[in-house]
Design a protein around this ligand. Sequence first.
Ligand code: 1OR
Length: 287
Amino acid sequence: SISAEAFGQWNKKEDFHPRIIPKSSEQKAKILERLSKSFIFASLDNKEKDIIVDAMEEKTFNNGIIIIEQGQDGNELFVVESGKLECTKIFKQEEGPKFLKFYHSGEAFGELALLYNSPRAATIKAVTECKCWCLDRGTFNHIVKDAAMRKRERYEKFLDGVEVFKSIDVYEKMQIADALKCVSFINEEYVIRQGDWGDVFYIVEEGTALAKKAFFTGGPESDVKQYGPGDYFGELALLKGEPRAASIIATSQLKCVSLNRKAFRRMLGPLDEILRRNATKYTTSPN
Ligand code: 1OR
């Protein structure tokens, strides 16, 4: 029931004694900046971010130190302040570790063990001297975990059905889920205006929309494309750094998820080629 749930929430908050590690205001500002780049913290409000900042502990690792070892238990999440780290994973014992990716400043790792109470899924090693901010499981559970899990569960199925994300692995899809924001429009509302500078990419979750384009300034607008659930738009301005090439207008109540330029850029690695290939279709078939 609602009251039991409310009591549960209240009870949880009562039990929680946030870890506070004293820091200079300079250090706090630095951590806040790092948090703003990391998707898993994206939907936190300022008060929640301050709690995270207080709980963070600075640790330095020498080149060659293994910070996380695949298969071990883990109780911390790390945000890179400086240096470079290497992530590897053993898929088959007989094949040895495979390189997955490097981590640089502003990126977070070690979230999976905390989100899913699972052993470490990969190994992370410092390949230069590194400074990291470490967040304890208790603070993570109380401030980040519930919201992040809800978001991941909510968008997992939806993202699976989005054609453009087909070739992206689950791990990256879940990071996209962390970064998504929900936006709604009423029928006939403009989502995008041709000629504006925009920095948001949209995927339709529910409803329909229409792209209209004027082929010369002040000229008449023609309908050029229709959108339904799973379709995306707004990527061209982000790929090309140009003004919006068409207007997008809701043709029903419209619900979209959006990624801002920063998140889009970070995701561009895996998506870039697909989006660019698809973008050539606009010029080869202008309806
Ligand atoms: P963790 O707590 O399991 C190891 O500790 C960390 O490596 C993990 O959290 C992630 O932060 C990070 N699969 C699993 N873990 C990964 C991956 C990954 N990449 C980074 N980590 N994949 C790589 C996708 C580019 C999927 C491989 C199939």
